[in-house]
Design a protein around this ligand. Structure first.
Ligand SMILES: Cc1cc2nc3c(=O)[nH]c(=O)nc-3n(C[C@H](O)[C@H](O)[C@H](O)COP(=O)(O)O)c2cc1C
Ligand SMILES: CC(C)CC(=O)C(=O)O
Length: 377
């Protein structure tokens, strides 16, 4: 077999290994998957404007986020149920992120608990590695349940809460509906000890939705407004990052309500189909926040040049979602190590070949819209 040289190669290898149930769930986007595909394709609409003859013998990819220094700005996004990819699940991802000195975010809907994930890096921390973990919070109808998650994340040393705001309902992922996606029976939603057979099958929607959509509708609060997220803020001193912003209007509200950061995200194209690719939404969000809080991006990041373009358009760091799942499926923790090694080296190369030696050098002067995409109107 030829050597793995890109994230695309890892994805192809993972697709061959995964069963239909997990593959459908990990791969799919909402409805016609227009946004899912556009997330990656949109990066190709931007071109890099490289500068030459600068000494690039040393390239520093470091960034600082909420007072913590990272070796590179490529973090791991919160994705649910990682043990479907490999028995090591979330623990493989958090360990690899720690070894690479990048951030890791844990989903509320994980198959390893908040505490297990924190414990999994103890040996690495003892060796001198730093682990920065963010907890992705869904706001449960039962506020006591939500509060319990917040307290546990605080106690286990997580660095921020990422409150996801683009999911009042689970988007319609057609492969999951058609093949009736279910978490395998041997796994549990570890933060709650929920197993597959505990999820109600009786809802009237059941013919027309997946197991996960039923779980979500039962548990997670679709009446969420800014007031509820302010309630979360009142419960904790942890920084609160709002995940799932795509417009300048909402970005301004995030700043007005004194939240600490934004992730420009369309949930990997899994929620509302036909929204813009995140790289296309980034500039308006960055402009709206006027540098007051950090802006991050996820969605379709697959290459070092994608990372470079996102930073040029104002992102502080980016998150990769599916690439970490494909990497886990391909080879567990070693697969994630390989995935991060590849994309970090690609980013280093993109910086060097563009004449940038520090991430702060990467400004909007380094990108332009490719001529064929400039409107002729
Ligand atoms: C299988 C899967 C599960 C996800 N689970 C969650 C989740 O539990 N919470 C959340 O906020 N976002 C979730 N996301 C969205 C990711 O955090 C992120 O926004 C997205 O994966 C980024 O796009 P990418 O996969 O193209 O990198 C999930 C995405 C995928 C693919
Ligand atoms: C349990 C789900 C809500 C996880 C998720 O956010 C997703 O599948 O996109």
């Amino acid at each position: 077999m030829a050597k793995i040289a890109s994230l695309k190669d890892i994805e192809e290898a993972a697709i061959k290994k995964l069963d239909t149930n997990a593959l459908n769930y990990y791969y799919s986007g909402a409805q016609d998957m227009i946004t899912l595909h556009d997330n990656s394709e949109a990066f190709d609409r931007y071109q890099i404007r490289p500068r030459t003859l600068r000494d690039v013998s040393n390239v520093d990819m470091g960034v600082t986020v909420f007072g913590k220094k990272f070796s590179s700005p490529i973090f791991i996004a919160a994705t649910a149920m990682q043990k479907m990819a490999n028995p090591v699940g979330e623990l493989g991802n958090v360990r690899s992120a720690c070894k690479h000195n990048v951030g890791f975010s844990l989903s509320s809907i994980s198959t390893s608990s908040i505490e297990e994930v924190a414990d999994a890096v103890k040996d690495l921390e003892a060796e001198g590695h730093k682990s920065v973990r963010y907890f992705q919070l869904y706001v449960y109808k039962e506020r006591a349940k939500t509060l319990n998650l917040i307290r546990r994340a605080e106690k286990a040393g997580y660095d921020a809460l990422f409150v996801t705001v683009d999911t009042p309902y689970l988007g319609r992922r057609l492969p999951d509906i058609r093949d009736n996606f279910k978490m395998p029976y041997h796994l549990k939603l570890a933060n709650f000890q929920t197993s597959t057979d505990e999820v109600s099958d009786s809802t009237t929607e059941s013919e027309n939705s997946s197991w996960l959509a039923r779980y979500f509708t039962d548990q997670v609060d679709p009446s969420l407004t800014w007031n509820d997220v302010l309630w979360v803020k009142q419960q904790t001193k942890l920084p609160i990052v709002i995940k799932g912003i795509l417009t300048a209007e909402d970005a301004k509200l995030v700043v007005q309500h004194n939240f600490d950061g934004i992730i420009v995200s369309n949930h990997g194209g899994r929620q509302l189909d036909s929204v813009s690719a995140t790289i296309d939404a980034l500039a308006e969000v960055v402009e709206a926040v006027e540098g007051k809080i950090p802006v991050f991006l996820d969605g379709g990041v697959r290459r070092g040049t994608d990372v470079f373009k996102a930073l040029a358009l104002g992102a502080k760091a980016v998150f990769v979602g599916r690439p970490a799942l494909w990497a886990l499926s391909y080879d567990g923790e070693a697969g994630v190590d390989l995935m991060l090694d590849i994309i970090i080296e690609e980013f280093r190369m993109a910086m060097a070949l563009s004449g940038c030696t520090e991430t702060k050098d990467i400004t909007k002067d380094y990108v332009k819209i490719a001529p064929k995409y400039i409107s002729k109107l």
